[in-house]
Design a protein around this ligand. Sequence first.
Ligand code: G2I
Length: 459
Amino acid sequence: MNPRIPRRRSLLLSAAAAGAVIAASVAVVGTAEAASTLGASAAQSGRYFGAAIAAGRLGDSTYTRILTTEFNSVTAENEMKWDATEPQQGRFTYTNGDRILNQGLSNGAKVRGHALLWHAQQPGWAQSLSGTALRNAAINHVTQVATHYRGKIYAWDVVNEAFADGGSGARRDSNLQRTGNDWIEAAFRAARAADPAAKLCYNDYNTDGINAKSTGIYNMVRDFKSRGVPIDCVGFQSHLGTGIDSTYQANLKRFADLGVDVQITELDIEQGGNQANIYGTVTRACLAVSRCTGITVWGIRDTDSWRTGANPLLFDGSGNKKAAYTSVLNALNAGGTTPPVTTPPVTTPPVTPPTTSSPPPAGSGCAATVSLNTWNGGYVASVRVTAGSAAINGWTVRVALPSGGAVTGAWSATNTGTTGTVAFRSVDYNRQVPAGGSTEFGFQGTGAGPAAALVCTAG
Ligand code: G2I
């Protein structure tokens, strides 16, 4: 039997072949073999089923019982946001974010990171910045937080809610947007450099069908893919009312067809006559799209929800399963015909094997090439270090900056000096580069980018 197809599906298929007369007995077998929790039933098709959780509720035993029983993914509802992780500029606090992380990891769950940059829930100091100072602070924030959680986060919402509502399909005005239209791609590049293993997502709401806003995002993702900006996934929050757009599934599919994963990231649905049905429809839509890798509900019990009075979740205030829960579980157990395609998130791994398309520099030693993302007054530099015909054990790249320019942060390398000629030295994990192989590091700076070719020294 194909191990990716749950046993129950095979039985149903053979039952269909044998005729309807035995369908009733097969249904009994199916029920007996169906997974009995959301996480386990989603896992049957290689997907996850997650919940947003709050550190302040982890002492509530009903809450944690449901969490650990039902869900195999968690998202921090607030604890990894900018105001929570960098309340003062350059002073990072991870206590509550780490509680969410550890709760998830110790329970064998995936952890979604939410969210590195957003126009809302910025700390006061960031709200009062603009221009280059804000851009540098934002990129530094991405670098620091993604580095802290490096290797532990399944997917990061790198940028949250950057598009405007309504018919324009344009970016939302915000202090971040006013630093230059390339702020989103600069954030994605910095996140990739800091945590190459995490899937990097763009996340938004009111994108629950084919509409002007989702089309604006679609065009951005298509542009990013065509230019090699590192994006792996798009999150559809899905805070729904009493109806669902008939193009919900088609919208997920068109994004997936761009070559990104799609995820339902903040699902909650207003309680009304159709709540259970709509939950089922959303679940089936994800299962029908091969690159829809999982669903997250935005809270556990109705009383945990940010939508006071809407009762939009799967468990009531006492922790009892609602009809919506049963609808989701049944949809998951009915199975996806299309297990998600799993693609490695890393388009630029820290160390790549030799390739023939980019020949190594002649001789032993190393070479360094830089690509820049610039804006008015600053830049993010991604540097590729390539070994020559011999493996190298340690490298230093010297970068000459124009006068007035300064390095304000670096990742995957340590720098000596910040002005004039700045030396970037390999760190432990990227010191060794095989013959002809390469590794990447990055830095951000003020002023114009490097004034001369980079000089790489091996050893
Ligand atoms: O607004 C719903 C969600 C929309 N998409 C992005 C999500 O990050 C967002 O989550 C909500 C949280 O569920 C709320 O819990 O984001 C809100 C902030 O915009 C969160 O509300 C905040 C309150 O505004 C604060 O007063 C409060 O201190 O929650 C904080 C922690 O309880």
